[in-house]
Design a protein around this ligand. Structure first.
Ligand code: HMG
Length: 385
């Protein structure tokens, strides 16, 4: 039985900044951001948006009466949780008006947990092929104003249906996961911004890619030639390049250049949004499917990485109706509006964060279908439009 990704949809916020403007404000050469890091724009998060509103917005695009009837489980993969106890999946299920006879949980291991969620969902579908599992990878990447990580922030959600006879990608049986106890990036319970050993983290990422890919190739007997393309976790687009070149080294043949071209296609959306943490690999996959040279029957590799650290390399076969089962990311990105760096800084500093008092946000400037209206008696208040 084929099991895999049946449909995919993306959502981000309605605001962005131009990174050349951020460079000017920070006194940095704009080429450092656009070439050295490889990012052009970054999603800006108003206080009225969080992983629940973004996750619900992405998932809503996938729901039809038939899908809703088959849904058995919602798994939200995130490292931007809004509660230390209650799962964001419960809030999202409520906002979407889904049946109460649905299992709803949250999963965490930095940027890797979206992949864990897909693998767990595969297991559920293997037990009962009539079930569909909704996986939502939603995050807000925050490092802080005027930090080295600032240029690699971002936000958004990718929602995916995992089912039998999938329309987008049939996942192949062999996957290699690899985990080690490392401190390259983490966020203590009392912090709203990540702590990161940036340069060290980029080295660990490359090592984990080499380790997981090498073992995958040993186990399957496949070679790089067998992949039409590889989608990477993209904390920023240059990171995917570092990973791929770490394996290709000086190769300049047709296979190596095809993988380089496909990498460029997979980076198109990340360049405009930034890091989605758990969703980044899957936005990269959507970008590859919508902008690359991909046809049904092609094998794609997927490299997932989460700090702390855990990596996984796996593969899937592109399905005939893949193009019609992806949401229109280009349209979403074109519909956003630019904000100034001053406005971005003001929005950055007005998040709910660790506040304990009651708060009521002004909702006038947010037209999103789901909003965080505020907090009352230590409870988050959401609204569906
Ligand atoms: P930095 O201090 O800006 O680094 O930090 P830099 O000074 O080395 O510059 C970066 C690049 O720009 C370099 O290129 C420079 O040469 C180049 P590279 O040598 O790396 O190829 N550069 C220029 N290029 C053109 N024109 C210029 C110019 N000047 C310099 N004028 C860093 C960069 C990525 C470390 C920082 O932004 C950071 O800490 N980011 C956050 C951490 C991160 O994203 N790590 C990635 C791997 S870990 C991961 O993926 C997991 C993660 O998603 C979290 C999770 O799992 O939950 C982060």
């Amino acid at each position: 039985m084929k099991i895999g990704i049946d449909r995919m949809a993306f959502a981000t916020t309605d605001q962005y900044i131009e990174l050349t403007e951020l460079a000017e404000k920070r006194g940095v050469d704009p080429n450092k951001y656009t070439i050295g890091i490889g990012q052009d724009r970054q999603a800006v998060v108003p206080p009225t948006q969080d992983i629940v509103t973004l996750g619900a917005r992405a998932a809503k695009k996938l729901l039809t009466p038939d899908v809703t009837r088959r849904l058995s489980t919602i798994i939200v993969a995130t490292e931007s949780g809004i509660d230390n106890s209650k799962a964001s999946a419960i809030y999202i299920k409520h906002l979407l008006g889904l049946d109460d006879y649905i299992r709803a949980v949250e999963l965490k291991e930095a940027c890797y947990s979206g992949t864990a969620a897909i693998q767990f969902a595969r297991g559920l579908v293997a037990l009962n092929s009539q079930e569909t599992v909704l996986v939502i990878a939603a995050d807000i990447a925050r490092y802080g104003l005027n930090t080295p990580g600032e240029v690699t922030q971002g936000a958004g959600a990718v929602a995916m249906l995992i089912s039998a006879d999938p329309h987008v990608l049939a996942i192949e049986p062999t996957s290699v996961s690899y985990s080690r106890d490392l401190m390259d990036f983490w966020r203590p319970l009392y912090a709203t911004e990540a702590i990161v050993d940036g340069k060290y983290s980029t080295g660990v990422y490359v090592d984990f890619f080499k380790n997981t890919l090498t073992r995958y190739l040993q186990r399957t007997g496949r070679r790089l030639d067998d992949f039409a393309g590889i989608a990477f976790h993209l904390p920023f687009t240059k990171m995917g390049k570092k990973g791929l070149e770490g394996v290709l080294q000086d190769r300049d043949d047709a296979v190596a250049n095809r993988l380089r071209d496909q990498l460029t296609a997979s980076q198109v959306y990340c360049r405009q949004v930034g890091n989605l943490y758990t969703g980044s690999l899957y936005l990269g996959l959507m970008s590859l499917l919508q902008n690359g040279q991909v046809k049904p029957g092609d094998r794609l590799g997927l490299f997932s990485y989460g700090s702390g650290a855990e990596g996984e390399f796996y593969s899937g076969i592109v399905q005939p109706a893949f193009a019609e089962n992806l949401s229109d990311v280009k349209e979403d990105l074109a519909d956003r509006h630019r904000v100034s760096i001053d406005e971005y800084e003001q929005l950055f500093n007005s998040q709910l964060g660790m506040q304990t008092a009651d708060v009521q946000f002004d909702l006038q400037n947010d037209d999103a279908p789901f909003v965080l209206a505020g907090q009352k008696d230590h409870q988050r208040i959401y609204q569906r439009r």
